[in-house]
Every structure is written in C-alpha cells, then in structure tokens.
Design a protein around this ligand. Sequence first.
Ligand code: PEP
Length: 259
Amino acid sequence: MMADRKPLISGNWKMNQNHFEAIQLVQKLSYALTKDDITAVDVSIHPPFTDLRSVQTVLEADKIPIALGAQNCHWEASGAFTGEVSPAMLQKLNVSYVICGHSERRQLFGETNEDVNKKVKAILKHEMTPIMACGETLEQRESGEMEDHIVDQVLEGLAGVKKDAVGGLVIAYEPIWAIGTGMTATPDDAQQMCAFIRQTVEEKFGAAAAKAVRIQYGGSVKPGTAPELMNQPDIDGALIGGASLSAEDFAHCIQYRLR
Ligand code: PEP
C-alpha cells in the first residue's frame, strides 16, 4: 500500500442481517476497533437496504467513525422502477460509498458494463463514492482472456467519467473464483492484477488519476490473509464479504498492520 493512499476496508454484508442484528453487529464492531485503527484505515460497512436507516442512526448517535455504504442502487433519482432504490435516497441517509457491478449483481441479475457505468455516474452525481467491482471467472483466467475482460469492465464502467473524478473512486478487483469460496488469490496474483488495473486507468485517465484511485482486493479475505494482501504496493484495501459478518474477524482484518 502506497503511503499517500489511505486504505479502505469495506464489509459487504450481502443479504444477511435484519435491522436488529445489524445494530448489534455495528455496535460490536465499534467496541472491537480503536481510534488508531480508524486513523490508519478508512472503514465502510454495506448492510442491506432495510438496515441502512437503523445503522445510520447508531453510527451518528454513537459518533462511530465508520462510513455507511450501500450494496447497489439504481441510476435514476426517482421514478417508476418497482423494487429499486435511488442514489438520491441513499444520499439522504448519509451513505458515503456504494458498491456497483458486484459479480453477484452481474452474474445473478444480468448487470452489464453499461448499467454499471450509469450507476457510477449517478453515484458521483449524488456526491457519494462508487466502489466499482470487476473480476474474471476461472475460465477467463485459464483461457488467457482475463486481462481483456478486466480492461473492458474498467473502461466501459468508467466511460465518460472525468479524470478528476476517477482519482476519487474505488475499484474493487474481485476474481469471481475467489468470492465466497475460501480460495484467496495469492498476494502476488492480486498485486499483479491491481497493478494492471492501475495501468489501465493511467493509459485512459492519466497518471494523477492512476496514482490517486484506490484499488481494493476482494475474494475470501480473512484475518490470516489480510496482512500480506494489504502489504502489496497496488492494493489499497479490501472488500470483504463473509468475514465482515463477524465483528471480531472484520476488526482483525482492519487491524492487519498489527499482525
Ligand atoms: C464480496 O462479497 O465482495 C466478497 C469478496 O465476499 P467474500 O469475502 O465472502 O469472498
């Protein structure tokens, strides 16, 4: 991790925790973290939509310095989109980060790079930070299509975004074969792909954007694997699913520098 990019460790709770459980989890997490942890690392948590208001209330009432995040949003600010949640609604709840293009959304709900691009722009327009996820399948890795696939996801996802805005974004590199499988990419493989993403950003958006953009690794990050991953020069944080559902494990990932 380069000194001038503050790491961001994000907990993606996926479709887990009702709003009572969410309050307990965030309180436990706040007890497990020290002031130093939060000074060294930015932390965001991404509960399901139904928990956001409850979690926001706890974070704000107890002055817990953890950023509120969402897992997805629509690109329109309002309208006839049954079942969707708008970026304007998230902004009103003081959401700071919104994940878009998670592989589960792409694979299970048919989200395309074009959809992700509309979401990235809408999230920025509503003054929140997108965490744009990208990643290859095992087949794509083994057949040598991995790099082209990542370039398409990154460039199509960021099409039309201004250079200055790109520097403020977060990109999460999440190899699909590593998500929820217990198979973490090796620190070298993860570093290589995060460096490749940074180079892709540099070629399209320039050196300043590439130097500033934060690139997370995601895929079965656990307390035991976090330190070596986080010590790689192009890995600026982690997007964590399973391990973020345990306050203790998530806190230990955030405390990677002590391990
Ligand atoms: C994720 O949800 O983005 C993720 C990486 O999950 P897990 O840590 O469980 O692999």
